[in-house]
Write a protein that binds this ligand. Structure first.
Ligand SMILES: [Zn+2]
Length: 214
C-alpha cells in the first residue's frame, strides 16, 4: 500500500548525484517496518553509492493510519522558511483527496501539517506509550470482568488518556466509568494516563462520555 517515488539527490560529501527512492505515502497501520524506521530516525537516511557516506535527505510524504485516525502531511524541515506558502499548497493539494481519504478509510480528523520528522516521531512515540498503557489497562479490566469502550484517537491525544475506557458490563455513562477507572487505579497507580482518564471523567459535565467512538 505504501508507495515510493524516485528523486535525484546530491551527496553532500562528494557531490555525486544519483536517483534515490523515497516513500511518498506511508501506511502506519500496515507498514510496521517503515513506521519503525521513522521511530528509529533511519527513515530518510541515504547512502551515497560512490563514497558510501550516509546522509539525510527529506522529501514530502503522507502518513496515514486510519485505525488511529491519523493523516499527516510531513514536509521537509527546510520548508519552514516558506511555511505559509507550503501550508497553502499542501491544503490545496489535500482538498481533492479529502473525500476519498476521509470516507473510505474512516479518517475523521483534520489533517496535520508537519515540518520535519521530529513532530511525527514525537506523536508516534506518545501513541506507542499510550498503546502500551492501554494494553495494561485492558488486561486488568478483563480480569475484573469489565468491558472496554474505544476512545476517539483524537480525543485520546488531546486529553492524553488511554485508547479505551473500562466500563462495568451492562452499564454506561460517566459515573460508572469513573468508578471502574478508580477501582483499576487502586490496583495499579503506575499508569499516568489512567490518572488523566479519572481527571477527565471527573471534570466531564453530564453523564455522556463525549470522547468515545460512536
Ligand atoms: Zn558521496
Amino acid at each position: 500500500m505504501s508507495t515510493k517515488g524516485a528523486f535525484r539527490v546530491e551527496c553532500p560529501h562528494c557531490g555525486e548525484s544519483f536517483d534515490a527512492d523515497f516513500w511518498t505515502v506511508v501506511r502506519g497501520d500496515r507498514d510496521l517496518e517503515v513506521k519503525e524506521l521513522i521511530l528509529s530516525g533511519e527513515f530518510d537516511l541515504l547512502m551515497c553509492p560512490k563514497c558510501e557516506e550516509m546522509f539525510q535527505h527529506e522529501e514530502p510524504f503522507l502518513y496515514i493510519d486510519p485505525a488511529r485516525d491519523l493523516l499527516a502531511f510531513v514536509m521537509p524541515e527546510a520548508y519552514l522558511e516558506k511555511k505559509d506558502e507550503w501550508l497553502a499548497r499542501m491544503k490545496a493539494d489535500y482538498e481533492p483527496l479529502r473525500a476519498s481519504l476521509a470516507s473510505g478509510q474512516g479518517l475523521s480528523g483534520t489533517p496535520l501539517y508537519l515540518f520535519g520528522l521530529a513532530p511525527l516521531t514525537a506523536l508516534l512515540e506518545q501513541d506507542r506509550d499510550r498503546e502500551e498503557e492501554t494494553e495494561v489497562l485492558e488486561f486488568m479490566a478483563r480480569e475484573d470482568g469489565l468491558q472496554l469502550l474505544a476512545v476517539k484517537p483524537a480525543s485520546a491525544r488531546e486529553l492524553d488518556i488511554p485508547f479505551s475506557v473500562p466500563m462495568p458490563a451492562g452499564l454506561k455513562g460517566r459515573a460508572a466509568a469513573l468508578k471502574a477507572a478508580e477501582a483499576l487505579r487502586a490496583r495499579n497507580d503506575a499508569l499516568p494516563r489512567l490518572k488523566k482518564l479519572i481527571d477527565a471523567l471527573t471534570s466531564l459535565e453530564g453523564d455522556e462520555l463525549t470522547f468515545l467512538k460512536s
